[in-house]
Design a protein around this ligand. Sequence first.
Ligand code: C5P
Length: 217
Amino acid sequence: GVDGPLAGKKVVITAGPTFEPLDPVRGLTNRSSGKQGYAIAQKLAREGADVTLISGPVSLPTPIGVTRIDVETAQEMFDAVHAQLPCDVFVGVAAVADWRAKDIAAEKQKKTADNELSVTFVKNPDILESVSKHLDLRPRLVIGFAAETQKLEDYAHAKLASKGCDAIVANNVSEGVFGSAHNQATLVDLDGFTPIAGMTKADIADFLSAYIQKRIA
Ligand code: C5P
């Protein structure tokens, strides 16, 4: 809405998995539900931000007041994000596939007599890094997520530097986080680590909303 602490701020959020086709009926995806990104979109819209949610394939309703753009592949997500720049804040929550098939078969692939199948994958662009390192249109605040099963803080700290973003929400995905209402996270920025463990995805959205308000005030 027009009222609220984030009124007049344009926020772009990615959420959900990507789907990388192999042929017309098959593809590579992951277990991201989109719930965390959608919770953040909903919270920031309630705080008055102009929110555009760029979503991979999920089965979630669009939060009220949020503009949603549906995409399938990482390349489509990249293009949709860049078409939204400039913005004030970018939050990359999507579980973007690192790889896509080098060649997408035009027809459904038939089973063969072989017991092995090789597929060549090529690297997808890193959306978060491309926004963080944008020469002309870098948002004032760029936030990424890092799902890790080990060395959570080490990896998140390294990721902050390599991706060039302002903060990373490091997610512990070692047990029962995907698809559940719960999450476990630590925010890493240049000031250090702020643990937010044991909170729900809605609580993490509330925490991030307060953080964004503080950072762009
Ligand atoms: O490197 P890693 O995939 O662990 O980084 C996760 C963060 O980077 C998330 O914020 C995710 O949305 C973002 N990302 C991206 N584009 C990619 C890969 C990851 O925006 N191709």
